[in-house]
Design a protein around this ligand. Structure first.
Ligand SMILES: [Zn+2]
Length: 350
């Protein structure tokens, strides 16, 4: 399945394309902006433009039809190297073995993204280990396979993990950022650029991506997620707040989310300590997406109850408002366990 089209960011696209057309595109770029705003997707767009055989619109847009474009859009272009943070389960082995493990894990991740192009935020446990850096350096040393250049995207670059005793690879990365091979383009992305090492920051040209206007998020929700019901579109656009990726974080695993919501609701309504146990089960890392999905399912259940009641009680109306509030807080850095505990108290009397 091809990846979804890029939404918005026209100003940045124009600037980058203009710089490329005039041969002034900096070879090491850092795209920064909120998580989910489309930084890596923009990186892929730039890769497509740079690898395209016949760009259109005065060289400012990839044609979308040539072999290179099709290969980029299906994440299969041999000169596109997309590095995303990965979870490396077992450690050990020598450096070469580690690189092999990273290569396999990245291959699996790309296969998953070809299958399901709209991906959820990366798990908090994933990172770019030094073996990823080694793999990157190896690939940058290769001659381009079918094009004139190669493009490397390093997503969530703030997850580059410095490792003791591996300074040589880290220094090699800095050297490559400072002076990339003539046929290489590097695109780093970060939602927390300040978390990057200053030695990296000083070697890249920073490009800021802003939130998207609601009209564009609306188009994204309707066309890419296939949401037709106006009230749901509105709710998703509101909670996205200019960041389409936020909608994705809550759409996965609907059946599981609904079951979790039912469990949460009956525990909150029941007496005693059961509800705190339930709150503690909200995992802080990977389940953040799961937690927001559960809150969405909870909202749906309470709204259905309100509809069924005809005239919902004041308590029920308040409960809906509380869950909605929690849903908004869950987007931020609030601890899901804490949020769940407070919410279960709010819902206790409903
Ligand atoms: Zn093309």
């Amino acid at each position: 399945m091809p990846i979804h089209p890029l939404y918005g960011h026209e100003g940045v696209r124009n600037r980058l394309a203009g710089a490329f057309a005039s041969g002034r595109l900096p070879q090491a770029l850092l795209l920064e902006g909120p998580a989910g705003v489309g930084k890596q997707r923009l990186g892929l767009w730039l890769a497509q433009l740079l690898l395209c055989d016949a760009p259109v619109a005065g060289g400012r847009e990839p044609c979308g039809a040539c072999r290179s474009c099709r290969l980029v859009l299906s994440l299969s272009h041999p000169d596109l190297h997309w590095f995303v943070p990965i979870e490396l389960g077992k450690r050990g082995g020598d450096a070469d073995k580690q690189v092999e493990l990273v290569e396999t894990a990245l291959g699996e991740e790309m296969a998953a993204r070809r299958e399901k192009p709209l991906y959820e935020p990366t798990s908090g446990l994933a990172g770019h280990a030094i073996a990823s850096v080694r793999l990157l350096l190896r690939r940058l040393a290769l001659t381009p396979a079918i094009g004139r250049r190669k493009v490397a995207i390093i997503g969530d670059a703030e997850r580059l993990i410095p490792q003791q005793g591996q300074e040589a690879a880290a220094n090699a990365l800095l050297k490559v950022l400072e002076e990339p091979p003539a046929d290489a383009q590097l695109v780093l992305t970060a939602s927390e650029p300040e978390a990057l090492l200053p030695t990296i920051l000083s070697r890249v040209v920073r490009v800021r991506l802003a939130r998207l206007p609601d009209t564009i998020v609306t188009a994204f929700v309707q066309k890419e997620l296939g949401v037709a019901e106006e009230s749901i579109v509105e709710q998703q656009v509101r909670s996205a707040d200019g960041i389409p990726g936020r909608v994705l974080a809550v759409t996965g695993d609907r059946p599981g989310a609904d079951a979790a919501a039912g469990e949460f609701l009956s525990a909150a309504r029941g007496a005693g300590v059961g509800r705190y146990e339930l709150a503690l089960r909200q995992m802080p890392f990977q389940a953040r997406g799961g937690f927001t999905a559960m809150l969405d399912a909870l909202l749906a259940r309470l709204r259905a109850e309100a509809r069924a009641a005809g005239t919902p009680s004041r308590k029920l109306t308040e409960a809906i408002a509380r869950v909605f509030e929690a849903r908004e807080q869950a987007q931020g850095n609030v601890n899901p366990q804490l949020l769940a505990a407070v919410l279960s108290d709010d819902l206790a009397g409903v």
